[in-house]
Design a protein around this ligand. Structure first.
Ligand SMILES: [Zn+2]
Length: 647
C-alpha cells in the first residue's frame, strides 16, 4: 500500500527463497544460511512435554553494548499480536558465564533490553515455555500432552532487534521424549537417538516450519505420482486413532492432485500435512508454506461424524500454501514479527481460501456435493439472519480480526459479528466464480484466475505480495467486469442481507423447512450444540457441565423477545428437565397453535420463567434446485483430475 511498505516487502519477498538460490539472493543479509558461525543456536528440549514444560537454550552472537531481544508478537497466519509471551518463564541471560540483568521495554512489552559486557562475542539465554493446560488459541493454545507435541517455533524463540527475519540464520536442535517420532518441513542435518539437528535456515523459515512429534505416529506418502513429495504425518493420543483407511488416504491424495490442477504450479519443495489427533488441544489449523499444523479431536479419522465435521480442515490450510503464503496481501507481508500486520485484505487471504478449501474438499472426494450444499445453506442462512451485519461492514470484521479472533465466548456473536470474512468470503468468491461461469458460458471460471494469480512457474517458497488492484486486474483478464464495484458493495458497505448471488445465479435457492440440515446434525453431534437459530432463535449447549447453556440468543427472534440471553442456562422446558428431546418436543407441541413454550432458566444464581411465542415448528436451511437456471454450482465441484469422487 504505502511506498515504505512495498519497499520493505520486495526485499522480504526476494530473500524468502530457499535452497541453492538462497546464497545469491541473501547477499543483502548479514547472516547467510550456509554460514553456521553467524547462526543463532536454538536448542529446545521436549523431554518434559508430558509436564507441559519446554526447556529452551539460546546462543546469540553479539557485540559488546546494548542489545534488544524480541519475542515474536504478530504471528504469520494468525493475523494478530497474540504471541504467547505470558507463557515464557525462568528467563535468564548470561555472557562469559556471568548473569546479565535485563529489562522489559515499557512500551513494546515483547522486547527485552540488556547490555552485552566488554569482551563477550555472544550471549546465552535460558528459559522455559509453559504449554497451556487448556483453552483456545492458535499457536498459543495447548500444544503438548503425555504422548504428543506440536512445536511452533515462534513460541520458543527470541531474536535480535534490527534485522529482518529473512536475514537471521537459526540452527535449531530438538531433544524429543524417548522413542518419539517426528515430522517437519525443516531439513534435518543429523539425527542421534532422540536428538535432532536441523539445517540452518532463516528465522522466517524456522517459524514457518513447525514440528509434529509423538509416541503414536504414522507418515503416509500421498499422491506418489506427483512431484514434489507430499506426506500426511499423523500423531495421535492412541494407536487406533491413526487408522485412516485406504479410501480417506486416497481422497487426500486426490486433494494434492486437485490443488495442483487448480493452481497449475506449486511453490514448495515438498509438503507435509502435520495432523495431531488429541482432545487435549483446541481444534484448528495453521497454514505454513511447506506444511500445515492441523489439530483435531482424537477419533477424527475413525468416527464418521467427526470425519465429516472436519472434512475441509486440511483442504483449507493446504490452499493457503498458494493463497496466503506464496501470494500474500502486502499489509500482511511484514519484515519481522513486531511490525503490525494490516488485516484489510483478509477477505481475500482467508475468504478466498475458505471458498477454495470447501470446494476442493468436494472435488477431492473428501465430501459429497450434498454435504457441500448443506454446509453452504447453513452458512448463508446464519449470515443472512444475524443482525451484526446491520451495523458492521464485512471490511470491519477483517480490520478488527485481532480481537474478534480472541473473543473466547460466543455470547452475542450474532450481534457483535465474528471473523465473518471467512464464511461471507466463501459466498462472495462463489458469486465471483458463478458470474465468470455464467458470462463466459462455462468457458472460464475462478479456476482461471487461480492459475493466473497463483500459478506458473513453480518456484521454491517465496512471498509475492499483492494489492487489491492486482486482484481486480487479474479478474478482469479472466472476465471484464466491474469487479471493484462488486467487491466494494459487498465488503465495505453495510449489506442487510448476505450475498446470495452465487447461490441463486448458480441455480439454487435458499429455503427453510422441517427437514434437519445434515451439516447441522453433524455439528450438533460433534460440538454438542443445538442449532435452534432459525426456529426459536438460539443456540443451546448440550455439553456435559454446560448442558442447557445459551451460547447465543439472536436479537429479534422469539427467544430474544421472551427475554432470554446468552449466558443463561435452561433448566426445564414445559416443566420437563432440559434435554435436546425436551426442547424438540416443546417446539412440536407449540406448532400451529397459540401455546407458549415455557422455559425456566438460571442466570447467575437467579431463576426466572420465560414464555417463548414460537409456533413455526422445526426450521432448517437447505438449498433447493431452481429448474429455471443451469446448475453452475454443481460445475464448481467437478474434479479437474478425474480422480476425485466429487460428483
Ligand atoms: Zn485460513
Amino acid at each position: 500500500m504505502s511506498g515504505r511498505g512495498s519497499k520493505q516487502l520486495s526485499t522480504f519477498g526476494a530473500a524468502r527463497v530457499l535452497g541453492v538460490l538462497a546464497v545469491a539472493l541473501l547477499s543483502l543479509a548479514p547472516a547467510q544460511a550456509q554460514n553456521t558461525s553467524n547462526s543463532i543456536r536454538l536448542s529446545v528440549d521436549l523431554q518434559e512435554a508430558a509436564r507441559r514444560i519446554f526447556h529452551v537454550h539460546l546462543v546469540v552472537p553479539a557485540k559488546p553494548g546494548p542489545l534488544t531481544l524480541l519475542y515474536p508478537k504478530w504471528i504469520p497466519g494468525e493475523h494478530a499480536p497474540d504471541g504467547p509471551i505470558e507463557q515464557v518463564v525462568g528467563l535468564k541471560f548470561t555472557a562469559r558465564g556471568k548473569t546479565l540483568s535485563w529489562k522489559r521495554d515499557d512500551v513494546e512489552l515483547y522486547a527485552f533490553h540488556l547490555d552485552v559486557p566488554p569482551g563477550a562475542s555472544s550471549i546465552e539465554a535460558d528459559y522455559d515455555y509453559l504449554s497451556p493446560i487448556e483453552g483456545d488459541g492458535y499457536s498459543a493454545g495447548p500444544t503438548s500432552d503425555p504422548v504428543l507435541a506440536v512445536l511452533e517455533w515462534n513460541i520458543v524463540v527470541l531474536y535480535p532487534a534490527g534485522a529482518t527475519t529473512d536475514a537471521l540464520s537459526y540452527e535449531a536442535t530438538l531433544r524429543l521424549p524417548r522413542g518419539w517420532k517426528f515430522a517437519s518441513a525443516l531439513p534435518v542435518a543429523k539425527k542421534r537417538g532422540d536428538d535432532v539437528d536441523f539445517s540452518p535456515v532463516s528465522l522466517t523459515t524456522l517459524v514457518d516450519s513447525p514440528v509434529l512429534a509423538g509416541e503414536h505416529f504414522r507418515s503416509i506418502a500421498l499422491a506418489t505420482d506427483v512431484q514434489p513429495a507430499h506426506h500426511l504425518d499423523i500423531a495421535a493420543d492412541n494407536e487406533a486413532d491413526l487408522d485412516i483407511g485406504a479410501e480417506q488416504a486416497a481422497a487426500y491424495s486426490n486433494l494434492v492432485r486437485e490443488d495442483g490442477a487448480l493452481f497449475g504450479a506449486r511453490h514448495y519443495d515438498h509438503y507435509d500435512f502435520l495432523l495431531s489427533l488429541t482432545n487435549n488441544f483446541s481444534p484448528n489449523g495453521l497454514e505454513h508454506h511447506e506444511s500445515s499444523d492441523e489439530r483435531a479431536p482424537e477419533t477424527t479419522l475413525i468416527d464418521t461424524n467427526k470425519r465429516q465435521y472436519y472434512n475441509s480442515l486440511l483442504s483449507h490450510e493446504y490452499a493457503h500454501s498458494w493463497n496466503g503464503k506464496y501470494r500474500r496481501p502486502a499489509g500482511l507481508a511484514t519484515p519481522d514479527f513486531e511490525q503490525p500486520m494490516r488485516d484489510d485484505l483478509l477477505w481475500v487471504y482467508e475468504g478466498l481460501t475458505q471458498y477454495l478449501g470447501e470446494m476442493t474438499a468436494a472435488r477431492a472426494g473428501l465430501r459429497t456435493p450434498e454435504d457441500y450444499r448443506e454446509a453452504l445453506a447453513w452458512t448463508a442462512a446464519y449470515l443472512d439472519q444475524w443482525p451484526g451485519r446491520t451495523w458492521r461492514p464485512l471490511a470491519d470484521t477483517a480490520l478488527a480480526a485481532p480481537f474478534l479472533y480472541n473473543v473466547s465466548s460466543r455470547n452475542w456473536e450474532s450481534w457483535r459479528r465474528s471473523v465473518d470474512f471467512y464464511d461471507e468470503g466463501w459466498l462472495i468468491w462463489l458469486e465471483a466464480d458463478i458470474i465468470i461461469r455464467r458470462d463466459t458460458h462455462g468457458q472460464k471460471s475462478l479456476d482461471d484466475f487461480c492459475r493466473r494469480f497463483y500459478g506458473a512457474p513453480s518456484t521454491p517458497p517465496k512471498v509475492v505480495p499483492y494489492t487489491l488492484d492486482e486482484i481486480v486486474a487479474a479478474l478482469n483478464e479472466v472476465l471484464p467486469y466491474d469487479w471493484r464495484v462488486f467487491f466494494h458493495a459487498r465488503i465495505d458497505e453495510i449489506q442487510e442481507h448476505a450475498p446470495m448471488g452465487g447461490i441463486t445465479e448458480g441455480g439454487w435457492r435458499l429455503v427453510y423447512n422441517a427437514t434437519p440440515n445434515q451439516r447441522v446434525q453433524i455439528s450438533e453431534n460433534v460440538i454438542r450444540t443445538i442449532e435452534a437459530s432459525f426456529s426459536l432463535g438460539m443456540r443451546v449447549s448440550t455439553e456435559g457441565g454446560e448442558n442447557g447453556g445459551l451460547a447465543d440468543v439472536i436479537p429479534g427472534t422469539p427467544a430474544a423477545e421472551a427475554g432470554l440471553a446468552p449466558g443463561m442456562r435452561i433448566v426445564s422446558v414445559n416443566g420437563v428437565q432440559f434435554s435436546q428431546q425436551a426442547l424438540t418436543d416443546a417446539i412440536h407441541d407449540a406448532q400451529g397453535n397459540k401455546k407458549a413454550i415455557t422455559v425456566v432458566a438460571q442466570n447467575s444464581g437467579f431463576t426466572r420463567t420465560y414464555e417463548i411465542q414460537y409456533h413455526g415448528g422445526d426450521r432448517y436451511p437447505h438449498l433447493e434446485r431452481d429448474p429455471a437456471r443451469p446448475d453452475l454450482l454443481d460445475d464448481t465441484l467437478r474434479p479437474l483430475t478425474g480422480t476425485g469422487a466429487g460428483k
